[in-house]
Design a protein around this ligand. Structure first.
Ligand code: URA
Length: 248
């Protein structure tokens, strides 16, 4: 292991590597077993009528340019009045990996890019721990594109309004795996109100794309002892991708 790898694992509080060896023999778990844990009770949203989300923005099947312009000009919910700018998303538009956070914070609102503050640094280290890099086969986006005031979680109407933008981003990227960071992102995608503990550690389905749920980096900064579980989730993500032939 080189110094850089050691530093990454140190940053995740996972060094020395005995923590990794303590994990159950998960790495031997065949993907078929993992797939069997896909939660089939989740609503697929496939039969949603627009009336279920009366406030949702309408996104005509559009390409990147139109979508970016639509998001930039969006005033469809109350968040836009309180933020500096919309934060569309960043990265490789053909990425196999899509990481989805909750919504921009103060740093992201200022810079116009997701995950550029302290939580973003940890996310970059989490990516590095599985040999990924922002922008390289990785796309990063949020559930809502405007900063909620005082870093509160986005409210259900705001999520419902903004979600079509993310759905169109997903349709354009066609990722092999979506990694939802934290409970808000997970529940927004699944249309649920579940605890993170009950959602992580297994694969879900989002309209035919595999969805894995792990802790939000901001939560991990507050609760570093949970980093070992996040590491387990990242290992599951890696196994899923390597078995689908898209490891990096
Ligand atoms: N937290 C998020 O969920 N998204 C960001 O972009 C930054 C912090």
């Amino acid at each position: 292991m080189n110094i850089r790898d050691e530093n990454v694992l140190r940053e995740m509080n996972l060094y020395p590597l005995w923590v990794r060896k303590e994990l159950p023999a998960q790495s031997e778990q065949p993907l078929l077993e993992v797939q069997a844990t896909v939660d089939e009770r989740i609503p697929t949203h496939q039969n949603e009528s627009p009336s279920q989300f009366p406030e949702a923005v309408s996104v005509a099947a559009s390409g990147w340019g139109e979508l970016k312009a639509q998001v930039k000009d969006c005033t469809a919910c109350k968040l836009r009045a309180g933020c500096t700018q919309t934060v569309f998303g960043v990265g490789d538009e053909n990425a196999d990996w899509l990481f989805v956070g909750e919504g921009p914070g103060a740093d992201e609102d200022e810079r116009g890019e997701p995950f550029v503050g302290q939580a973003g640094k940890l996310l970059d280290n989490m990516l590095a721990a599985i040999k990924l890099k922002r922008g390289n086969n990785v796309y990063i986006a949020n559930i809502v594109k405007c900063r909620p005031p005082n870093n509160r979680a986005p409210e259900p109407d705001e999520v419902a309004t903004c979600l079509p933008y993310l759905r169109q981003q997903i349709a354009l990227i066609k990722p092999k795996l979506i990694v939802a960071l934290g409970k808000t992102a997970a529940n927004a995608l699944l249309g649920k109100d579940a605890t993170l503990g009950s959602l992580r550690g297994k694969l879900h389905d989002f309209h035919g794309t595999r969805l894995l749920i792990t802790y939000h980096p901001a939560y991990l900064l507050r609760s570093p002892s949970e980093k070992a579980k996040a590491w387990e989730d990242l290992q599951l993500a890696l196994r899923t991708m390597s078995e689908s032939g898209a490891a990096d």
